[in-house]
Design a protein around this ligand. Structure first.
Ligand code: GDG
Length: 461
């Protein structure tokens, strides 16, 4: 069986992925690659004055890691530009924040071509290639242009947007056409898959039969492959020494109060402002519960070079300041708002100490925090997950309290319900959620995708 080559924008060596890493993708891929004696190719995260195309190779944790440096202009146009100022907001339904410049799209094309050129000499004829995420949609096209005939799959970690949104993107058919150079295209949810099918049939006039889409004179296999969590590993982390120490530290700090927790990259798609306002609504509506609870929001700084991220950070500073100013007492602050990264094992202890996991993105491909929160709970006394209907995870995690994050009163009501939910109901919901997590965990996810990519089984969802 041929090797697995994974291509993603950033590469996180597996050896480092246990402790301090940030980003669901890094965690997911490290494990998948170890199993498949894989090669992981991507950007080093470093810039050089002039692009050299030189590939740095490193062997770590059973995986060959291959990286290239980019030029500053590449980073501005491809990464900060087309990926994070154009596609990310658009695919998260924020047409208002999506900025298009021709230079961005040229930079995007150029970097994809550079990656393909750099990867080319490493590809053996029986390798399968798995490309990840919106940064690299044209990767297969660039490899095909260079004569690569291997099986190539693409997985989109973020949502596929509704057709009316996607058509606001200049040159949208060009972007979609590039997907037809893959053998397999995977989405997180059936919802994204059907939005893609809708675009192909309604905008391009293509055809969808079973799990295959035909357009631009080519046929591609498609499927929904919801990313899972390495449940056993995370549960072990949550009951390990560091997590236990963190848990005990939190117990002291709780001082008999109950904690609601949010953990997110500081990103406008995560709905943090709406979350704080819903929590304020809860404080207003539930005077008797008010000082018995607090919200801990960990918001890890992210993409700070992009203006929209500076704006959301300033807005969050203001809204937490206002709410804390309005409600705090001498010995109680309603929102503990923290802008720093924690170790993964510390996070696990924090999740375990929280009565409610508040996961309310406005749009999210999947959301692994929801899964981590559940996996970290004490089976005898589990907390309650409140989950946005617009997180991909809500397709699977139906036993959570599912909310519309735009509906402040509904979210406020769910917080009150979670805090007072009888233990029996908490246990029943948690058991059902855990069974779902175990049935389709990280290794099932990568196994299903790679098998479908190798043509060993159908992609049909
Ligand atoms: C994209 C899609 C999809 C957060 N803060 C810290 C920290 N994290 C970790 C969490 C979790 C990961 O980052 C975040 O993953 P999410 O899935 O919630 O979100 P994105 O980063 O937006 O990921 C998403 C994912 O790709 C995978 O396909 O689910 O929809 O947007 O694992 O725990 N980790 C550490 N310290 C922190 O402070 N160590």
């Amino acid at each position: 069986m041929g090797r697995l080559i994974v291509v993603s924008n950033r590469v996180q060596p597996p050896a480092d992925a246990g402790g301090g890493s940030v980003g669901g993708l890094a965690m997911a891929l490290a494990a998948a690659l170890r199993e498949a004696n894989g090669v992981w190719f991507g950007w080093s995260g470093r810039t050089t004055e002039v692009y050299t195309g030189q590939v740095a190779l490193e062997r770590t944790g059973g995986v060959t890691v291959a990286t290239v440096d980019l030029e500053e202009q590449d980073v501005q146009e491809y990464y900060n530009g087309y990926a994070n100022k154009t596609l990310w907001p658009l695919f998260h339904y924020r047409v208002d924040l999506s900025a298009y410049e021709r230079a961005f799209s040229e930079g995007y094309g150029r970097v994809n071509a550079r990656f393909a050129e750099a990867l080319l000499p490493m590809i053996r004829s029986d390798d399968v290639i798995w490309v990840h995420d919106y940064h690299l949609i044209p990767m297969a096209q660039e490899l095909r242009r260079r004569g690569v005939a291997n099986r190539i799959g693409f997985f989109l970690h973020i949502p596929w947007p509704a057709r009316r949104l996607l058509t606001t993107l200049p040159d949208h058919p060009k972007l979609v056409e590039a997907l037809f150079d893959y053998d397999l295209v995977g989405f997180q949810t059936r919802d994204s898959l059907s939005a893609f099918e809708d675009y192909v049939t309604q905008v391009i006039g293509g055809e969808v039969v079973g799990s295959e889409a035909t357009a631009f004179g080519r046929t591609v296999d498609m499927g929904a492959f919801p990313i899972g969590l390495d449940v056993d590993a995370f549960t072990a982390t949550a009951t390990g020494e560091t997590a236990q120490a963190e848990f005990e530290k939190m117990q002291v700090s709780l001082a008999g109060r109950q904690m609601v927790v949010g953990v997110d990259r500081l990103d406008y798609s995560k709905g943090l402002e709406e979350r704080f306002l819903a929590y304020e609504q809860f404080l207003q509506d539930n005077e008797e519960l008010r000082e018995r609870v607090f919200l801990l929001q960990i918001a890890t700084p992210s993409r700070e070079e992009v203006d929209a991220y500076q704006d959301i950070r300033a807005r969050l500073d203001a809204v937490t300041g206002r709410i804390n100013g309005a409600y705090a007492t001498v010995d109680w602050v309603p929102i503990r708002y923290v802008n720093r990264a924690y170790r993964r094992d510390e996070l696990a202890g924090i999740y375990r100490a929280a009565k409610i996991g508040l996961v309310t993105p406005l749009r999210d491909g999947m959301n692994l925090v929801a899964k981590e929160y559940v996996a970290a709970q004490d089976p005898d006394d589990p907390g309650v997950l409140i989950l946005s209907e617009f997180a991909g995870a809500s397709e699977q995690m139906t036993e959570a309290l599912i909310v519309n994050p735009f509906d402040r009163e509904q979210v406020a009501g769910a917080i009150a319900r979670g805090l007072t939910m009888p233990r029996k109901e908490r246990i029943e919901r948690w058991q059902a959620l855990m069974a779902g997590l175990k049935a389709f965990d990280l290794s099932a996810w990568q196994g299903a995708f790679v098998q479908a990519l190798r043509g060993e089984r159908s992609a049909a969802a």
